[in-house]
Design a protein around this ligand. Sequence first.
Ligand code: GEK
Length: 248
Amino acid sequence: MAKNKDTGRDTVYAKQNEMLVDFVFDDNVAHVFPDMIRRSVPGYDAIIPLLGVFAERYARQDSNIYDLGCSLGAATLAMRRRITQSGCRIIAIDNSESMVAQCLSHIEADQSPVPVEIMCDDILDIKIENASIVVINFTLQFIKPELRENLLNNIYAGLNEDGVLLIADKIVFDNVQEGNFQIDMHTQFKRANGYSELEIAQKRTALENILVPDTIEQHKQRLNRVGFKEVNIWFQCFNFAGICAIKS
Ligand code: GEK
């Protein structure tokens, strides 16, 4: 894998690689991650600060706020800076040691008063407790499809009444024409952000087996099955969507 740690620019797939392996969240990725996700995920730059707005609205006194698959802590920081309720604690979890190491230094550099606990763990193995907000931002898509409902069951059980679950994920479409249109525009977005055809193709191959998107309908039905009665789509940009499920 090519890397560009000095500039922070993502060149991970810039060179032809005859031995492409499945995508991993290692040091090479962690060092360029902010650039990678901004140039690859349409709407990411809009979603992150809006998670802060959700936190301002839904964080409850003396409760936990979870950031599952926190990477470098962008969602944690956005929420931390906006929470005004007392006694809140953010628990940020990621199973990549490279991500967690960098997340720690980002959080330490931030002066906001809300305490943050950063854990290197699998989000499938942790217990959610006393939660007013659970964020899973572009991470459910990496969980094996057959394990997703169980994870959402655990989240639902750990949310307090009126607690919210905020999911953002890549999505697919049942309608072939709509799906092709959204994929075409996503590819155009990556080209416009400076990725070459080679980079786009190699990353697509590397992600093929590990990023498995659902349709909006699959998300909605699964959320209803685990008990969420209110499910709102609050964001969509091409084939990426933000969903807010409220426990009532
Ligand atoms: C952001 N939320 O900036 N347990 C814990 N972490 C996991 C697991 C798992 N089972 N599987 C994947 N991850 C962030 C962006 S990135 C999205 C999230 C992307 C972690 C993985 O290590 C990575 O850091 C993150 O989920 C996904 O808002 O790269 O497209």
